[in-house]
Design a protein around this ligand. Structure first.
Ligand code: NAI
Length: 391
């Protein structure tokens, strides 16, 4: 059970870069981080516009002097305060993640960073090395991985309930951008601009989420892949609004990933189906409290969150906030992750490596693999969907 009971004396003094007024994802971070009282928002460089940053921060109840015009100013000023920030979340467009994350680590801060964490794997590896040298922790916001039923799926695969994993179908295919909405939507405009979004659009924006679910549930490593990508809205070229990836995993399993923003009529369609030699499971983010479990030759079953027949001994499965039958959702999944980020940051501060290693959360390695997926898909697609080695 996750709740607001304290794990340490005082909440972690926390700031945000980006996530300002009107942003898509800022509220999700603030809601999740502060849900259990383990973080307290005390400073921010929320916005490119300093006045809007200050108005917004004051409106959230913060001191005006701690609403900064830039992240650089914030890191410098906060380092001089006795009650300065200890951690920061970065919720800015993709092109800025690397430089802000690097500056935060160099300022001795723990970081939660949005995905894709960088444009290149070299940059992401560099962040990993800086974090290690400073004993800092990086969490990456793969927000769907905190759902208890995702953790149940992981347990079932790892404990062999499906037999040997053979096929993995991943998809995150929404329909929200089936027309050229970027003409009037700045949040979409940067996503289809390579200089801000990076080498991909849908692969990095949503494909990485589904891919991370596969990583969490199966623990399998991709051996090689082939990717076809295109833009049905031509002005988005060279970035893709639709992509199909075929994968071969080490050990013999195969898989596909469909990432799309032009799946007209669809809400999210973020689904993952894992087919084993004995049984299959399927999880869908629009019904996150359920997991479909199909054993060959038996009627299909729907497993529900919070029930005694789940793997109660697995911490992630038991991370409920309310009993089964009540719908938990997206915000709870995020809060579950922030809860773990807090425990990880605290363990690192106490130099308690054993505890740190025992806390499951999406960290820098997950961030690196998301960036690698994008890199390798581009490499393949640029060669007419040639098969490319993953590592
Ligand atoms: P957005 O365009 O809606 O908001 C960006 C915010 O960052 C704005 O408030 C803007 O003023 C601010 N900003 C931009 N540059 C800044 C800088 N240098 N310093 C301070 N503030 C700055 O973007 P959105 O959709 O909120 O996405 C932000 C990030 O979050 C992206 O990397 C995106 O991929 C990721 N994201 C992740 C999701 C998830 O499920 N984990 C969902 C949606 C977005």
């Amino acid at each position: 059970m996750f709740n607001e009971e304290r794990h340490f004396e005082q909440p972690i003094r926390w700031a945000m870069v980006g996530g300002g007024r009107g942003s898509q994802i800022g509220y999700s971070h603030r809601n999740a981080a502060q849900r259990d009282g383990l973080f307290k928002l005390v400073a921010g460089a929320f916005d490119l516009d300093p006045q809007r940053c200050r108005d917004f921060g004051v409106n959230l109840g913060m001191d005006a002097e701690r609403c900064y015009a830039s992240y650089a100013e914030m890191f410098e000023a906060e380092a001089k305060r006795e009650d300065g920030i200890q951690a920061v979340s970065i919720a800015t467009p993709n092109s800025t993640h690397y430089e802000i994350c690097k500056a935060a680590l160099e300022a001795n801060l723990h970081v939660v960073c949005e995905k894709p964490i960088t444009f290149t794997t070299e940059e992401a590896e560099e962040l990993k090395a800086i974090a290690a040298s400073k004993n800092r922790v990086i969490g990456v916001m793969y927000g769907y991985s905190g759902f208890p039923m995702v953790q149940q799926a992981r347990e079932m695969v790892q404990r062999g309930d499906l037999g040997e994993v053979r096929v993995i179908n991943m998809q995150f295919a929404h329909g929200f951008h089936n027309e050229e909405y970027e003409k009037n939507d700045p949040g979409l405009k940067w996503r289809v601009s390579p200089e801000v979004s990076g080498p991909t659009y849908v692969l990095g924006d949503i494909g990485t989420h589904a891919f991370y679910l596969c990583e969490v549930m199966t623990g399998l490593e991709v051996d090689r892949l082939s990717c076809m990508r295109q833009s049905f809205i031509k002005s988005r070229t060279p970035l893709e609004d639709n992509a199909h990836v075929m994968m071969e995993f080490k050990g013999g399993a195969v898989g596909t990933l469909w990432a799309s923003a032009v799946n007209a009529g669809s809400m999210h369609q973020q689904k993952i189906r894992i087919v084993g030699s004995k049984a299959s499971i399927e999880w869908w983010d629009e019904h996150p409290n359920q997991l479909r479990y199909e054993i060959q030759g038996e009627p299909p079953r729907i497993l529900d969150r919070g029930m005694g027949y789940l793997y109660q001994d697995a911490e992630g499965v038991a991370a409920n906030r309310v009993g089964g039958g009540h719908a938990e959702g997206y915000f709870e999944s995020w809060a579950n992750l922030y809860h773990r980020f807090a425990l990880a940051f605290d363990a690192a501060d106490r130099d308690d490596q054993e505890t740190l290693e025992g806390i499951w959360f999406p960290g820098i390695d997950a961030g690196i693999e998301g960036v690698r997926l994008c890199e390798k898909c581009v490499e393949s697609a640029d060669q007419n969907a040639a098969w490319v080695e993953y590592k």
